[in-house]
Design a protein around this ligand. Structure first.
Ligand SMILES: *[C@@H]1O[C@H](CO)[C@@H](O)[C@H](O)[C@H]1NC(C)=O
Ligand SMILES: *[C@@H]1O[C@H](CO)[C@@H](O)[C@H](O)[C@H]1NC(C)=O
Ligand SMILES: *[C@@H]1O[C@H](CO)[C@@H](O)[C@H](O)[C@H]1NC(C)=O
Ligand SMILES: *[C@@H]1O[C@H](CO)[C@@H](O)[C@H](O)[C@H]1NC(C)=O
Ligand SMILES: *[C@@H]1O[C@H](CO)[C@@H](O)[C@H](O)[C@H]1NC(C)=O
Ligand SMILES: *[C@@H]1O[C@H](CO)[C@@H](O)[C@H](O)[C@H]1NC(C)=O
Ligand SMILES: *[C@@H]1O[C@H](CO)[C@@H](O)[C@H](O)[C@H]1NC(C)=O
Ligand SMILES: *[C@@H]1O[C@H](CO)[C@@H](O)[C@H](O)[C@H]1NC(C)=O
Ligand SMILES: *[C@@H]1O[C@H](CO)[C@@H](O)[C@H](O)[C@H]1NC(C)=O
Ligand SMILES: *[C@@H]1O[C@H](CO)[C@@H](O)[C@H](O)[C@H]1NC(C)=O
Ligand SMILES: *[C@@H]1O[C@H](CO)[C@@H](O)[C@H](O)[C@H]1NC(C)=O
Ligand SMILES: *[C@@H]1O[C@H](CO)[C@@H](O)[C@H](O)[C@H]1NC(C)=O
Length: 686
């Protein structure tokens, strides 16, 4: 009904392509499929093949995303107040030279996900007509660097440019030559392998995204004005800043994660760097190699020559760990998944504002906190998944770590002494000691009351502690008073198979919200008092029924994986279905003939049964996916199942009888001949 305008425009396009000189008739009614709000026209997703005519002349923003527009004609854009035009996800190939003749105030253009590579030269001429253009999105347009350079010619007012998801391979000083005011540039997901002085003419550039390209290195980094640089997911082996620059580098965030760095980056001499992401590289420190007595023939420097032009060669002294540049403003240092064995002397001390340190997945064997001198701002320390055997510290050091709130020491080889240290910290809220061998560290009752066992782990001293994770710690019996007086909200004791019986956690019943008791052989634990519990993990416990006390709780998440449940009584199923949001049930030997509970869960829209397609049950014959209820064969079930029973069994019996008959016939033809003769026929005269 309302496609009059567009269809007329389509007609026009047709005539245009015949090189007709028709101009649009001004008399057609202002029908269009757009929703108008204030000065914005929303015409997304409307199968339009051209810009609708007949919108209010005062329109300032026009959204035409997800349509089928291929060409922008000069005559289809007659809105003089237009400042924002969005045409993402069309089939746009060409902008005619005079497209913007009547909309010269345009500031923002979004052409994401089109085919502007087709006639970029013509499009370039159209863009040149916009003296106020500030923001241009050309992402996903299959353009290479030459096309981009042509398209960007003379766009001197541009401040934001998005070229992500194109085919750029090599950029140099000509690519962005005229973009003197550019502040933000997104070059993610291209094929860039070389950058050659490409940013010499963009002195105002503050945010640069080079993530997901093929860059092998970033040497001679000297963009002092840059605030955010994202070069993650490349193949970068070297990051080296120019050392002879006197100005302060404005860089605050540097992301070099998922690269191939072997060395800590050579950062600028003076900078404001706050967030440094180096996760998933191969960074290590090599101070020990500087010893030229042990390693007399080791190269000590690496030089980078620029063969193309006459700039200074870059020399980096490899083994001197003092050359990491200015890290004095760093607040977040992410070094997950590297090869660190130690920190160079004074390295941590150089970061007085360090608040988050992530070291998960390195090769640290010991940590001397007294030596490293972490700052009082330290808030999060993650040293999980290393080879820590010991952590050395003293009371003075612990006193300075008054802000440490999150501590993850899981997956190490810590003993009782080291893992117990931290419970003296005043702000500690969350501690993960999982998968360390601290099973023997709990004081037994006598020692606990006298306070004599110094090597034991006593978490009760930390009043602020809310989350305690003790998975896989070989915990045996927990003394009854182990948690008394604490206000834990999260406790995970999973993967402690020796814990069997009734772990002494009753004192936490009023505060606990998340409880993990997976693989602990808990037996018939009584959960009645745990009224605030929101999630409960009792997987891998050989339970043949769901404890009645669990059904009474108001839990939202319940993990019952890998138990021995064969069914869930329908009363329980109804109650659970009305409360639970998420339930895990895979790995139980369910009986297909008692799956009414599953239909109950299926009918309840508010419950998510995780991994339904992996849930199995057994019927008379074999194992089925629990979803295929029509295939189940059940003895005592109604006519339908009996019907299948018969349908499957009768042919088998018949064919068995048939086979026997054939065998009988072929093996003993004579006997049968005679017997048939005898019994069935009257003797005949041969
Ligand atoms: C584009 O800029 C160049 C100089 O950089 C100038 O010679 C040329 O006339 C400009 N073209 C247009 C269309 O403004
Ligand atoms: C650039 O465009 C891509 C794809 O259209 C989008 O994901 C990304 O967020 C944009 N970048 C910025 C800085 O807006
Ligand atoms: C850098 O880019 C990657 C890929 O787009 C993204 O995942 C990451 O969050 C970005 N880093 C920062 C610090 O924003
Ligand atoms: C840096 O400053 C020093 C002295 O302050 C001066 O000699 C040197 O030329 C400056 N270097 C640059 C690149 O400006
Ligand atoms: C930067 O630091 C290096 C090494 O400490 C030093 O040799 C160089 O002179 C410094 N450059 C400036 C400009 O301060
Ligand atoms: C070893 O290094 C020291 C100081 O760095 C230097 O004085 C000495 O000459 C070096 N020796 C050799 C054999 O290179
Ligand atoms: C070091 O180099 C010298 C001469 O090049 C050679 O004689 C010596 O064996 C080398 N030493 C080691 C440890 O490789
Ligand atoms: C860089 O090093 C090369 C090779 O040693 C040398 O030929 C060239 O002159 C050096 N360039 C400068 C500017 O020092
Ligand atoms: C830890 O560092 C302190 C301070 O440098 C030092 O006195 C102590 O011996 C170190 N401890 C260990 C076990 O290395
Ligand atoms: C601890 O954190 C608080 C708030 O996050 C902050 O105000 C305080 O300065 C920090 N203490 C230290 C010693 O950095
Ligand atoms: C501690 O680190 C391990 C391994 O990196 C991780 O799986 C676990 O979720 C972390 N614990 C907490 C409480 O964040
Ligand atoms: C429950 O505990 C088991 C055993 O530790 C673990 O594998 C599983 O991921 C946990 N379930 C949830 C939902 O976290």
């Amino acid at each position: 009904m309302s496609v009059h305008g567009p269809s007329l425009c389509r007609l026009l396009l047709f005539f245009m392509s015949l090189r007709s000189t028709l101009t649009p008739a001004s008399s057609h009614p202002p029908h269009h499929p757009c929703r108008l709000t204030q000065r914005t026209a929303l015409c997304n997703n409307s199968n339009l093949t051209s810009v609708p005519a007949g919108l209010p002349g005062s329109t300032e923003e026009l959204q035409l995303n997800f349509n089928l527009i291929k060409t922008l004609q000069g005559n289809c854009l007659q809105y003089p107040s237009l400042t924002t035009l969005s045409l993402a996800c069309n089939n746009l190939e060409t902008l005619k030279r005079n497209t913007f003749q009547h909309s010269k105030l345009l500031k923002s253009l979004n052409f994401a996900n089109n085919n502007l590579y087709v006639s970029y030269e013509e499009t370039s001429n159209a863009l040149k007509m916009l003296p106020e253009l500030k923001s241009l999105d050309l992402s996903e347009n299959k353009m290479d660097e030459e096309m981009a350079a042509v398209l960007l010619q003379n766009l001197t007012s541009l401040e934001y440019l998005n070229l992500s998801g194109n085919l750029l391979q090599r950029i140099d000083e000509t690519t962005f030559r005229d973009l003197h005011l550019l502040k933000e540039l997104d070059l993610q997901r291209n094929l860039l392998f070389e950058i050659d002085n490409a940013f010499d003419n963009t002195p105002k550039l503050q945010r640069l995204n080079l993530a997901i390209n093929h860059l092998p290195c970033l040497t001679d980094f000297h963009m002092t004005q840059l605030v955010v640089l994202n070069a993650s997911h490349n193949f970068i082996e070297w990051f080296i800043s120019r050392q002879d620059v006197n100005d302060t580098f404005q860089i605050e965030t540097l992301d070099l994660s998922d690269n191939k760095l072997l060395f800590f980056p050579f950062l600028p001499n003076v900078s404001r760097l706050r967030n440094l992401y180096l996760s998933y590289n191969s960074v290590s420190f090599y101070e020990h190699l500087e010893d030229n007595v042990t390693y007399p023939n080791l190269t000590t420097t690496v030089e980078f020559y620029n063969t193309m032009r006459n700039t200074t060669n870059i020399t980096a002294r490899l083994w001197d760990d003092n050359l990491h540049g200015d890290i004095s403003s760093v607040e977040m240092l992410d070094l997950r998944g590297n090869q660190l064995q130690y920190f160079p002397q004074g390295f941590i001390r150089k970061m007085p504002f360090l608040s988050r340190l992530r070291l998960c997945g390195n090769c640290l064997e010991s940590l001397n906190l007294t030596l490293e001198q972490f700052s009082g701002s330290l808030f999060e320390l993650d040293v999980s998944n290393n080879r820590l055997k010991e952590i050395v510290t003293n009371d003075v050091t612990l006193g300075t770590l008054s802000n440490l709130t999150y501590l993850n020491l899981s997956l190490n080889d810590l003993d009782c002494g080291s893992s117990g240290l931290f419970f003296a910290l005043s702000s500690l809220g969350s501690v993960d000691l999982s998968y360390n061998n601290i099973g023997t560290c709990l004081p037994d009752e006598a020692e606990a009351s006298s306070g004599s066992n110094t090597a034991s782990v006593d978490w009760k001293t930390t009043v602020s502690l809310r989350r305690l994770y003790l998975k896989g710690c070989n915990l045996g019996k927990i003394p009854p008073s182990a948690f008394s007086g604490m206000s834990l909200t999260h406790l995970d004791l999973s993967d402690n198979p020796e814990l069997s019986g009734q772990p002494s956690i009753q004192s936490l019943s009023s505060t606990l919200q998340h409880l993990g008791l997976g693989n602990t052989h808990i037996g018939d634990f009584d959960f009645s008092d745990f009224l605030n519990l929101k999630s409960l993990n009792i997987s891998y416990n050989s339970l043949s029924h769901i404890p009645a006390s669990v059904v009474k709780l108001d839990v939202k998440l319940l993990d019952l994986r890998d138990n021995k449940l064969s069914t869930i009584p329908s009363a329980q199923a109804k109650t659970l279905a009305s409360k639970l949001h998420t339930v895990f049930l895979t790995g139980n030997p369910f009986n297909c003939c008692q799956t009414e509970w599953f239909r109950t869960f299926e009918r309840t829209k508010t419950i998510h049964v995780v991994g339904q397609s992996d849930m199995e049950c057994t019927d008379l014959l074999r194992i089925h996916s629990i979803l295929h209820s029509r295939l189940f064969l059940c003895q005592e079930e109604t006519g339908e199942s009996m019907f299948w029973y018969i349908v499957l069994f009768v042919p088998i019996c018949i064919s068995l009888v048939g086979i026997l008959l054939i065998v009988f016939l072929t093996m003993k033809p004579k006997v049968i001949h005679k017997s048939i003769k005898k019994k069935c026929f009257k003797p005949t005269s041969y």
